[in-house]
Design a protein around this ligand. Structure first.
Ligand code: ZN
Length: 110
């Protein structure tokens, strides 16, 4: 190796994740703080996949709440309005599902 051009290498650099997990790696930075690691990322844990873009999950949740409210209305003038809202919600949900499907596709095909 050439002299004086390489950064200091720490063979025992510490990585600390936001979830509390920490481990040692080799790095030129002595301490690394990360937001997500193999201990807590949904891909490795197999738990719910909520890595969201543009608040789409929030939108979906909001729609679900709205629907719960609407389905309580069964009588009176509100019924017609409720049905219209329900249709609107269903349409919006389809849109979101389509968007997610589109984004889940591998992007190297072009
Ligand atoms: Zn973690």
């Amino acid at each position: 190796m050439k002299k004086d051009i390489h950064p200091t290498y720490y063979a025992d650099a510490k990585v600390v994740c936001a979830c509390g997990h920490s481990f040692t790696i080799g790095s030129t930075v002595k301490e690394i703080h990360v937001e997500i690691c193999s201990n807590c990322h949904p891909f490795y844990t197999g738990k719910e996949r909520l890595v969201d873009t543009a608040g789409r999950v929030d939108r979906f949740k909001k729609l679900t709440e709205q629907k719960a409210k609407v389905s309580k209305t069964r009588k009176g003038k509100a019924v017609k309005k409720a049905k219209a809202t329900e249709r609107k919600i269903a349409k919006e949900k389809e849109k979101i599902k389509a968007e997610i499907k589109e984004n889940s596709k591998p992007k190297n095909k072009k």
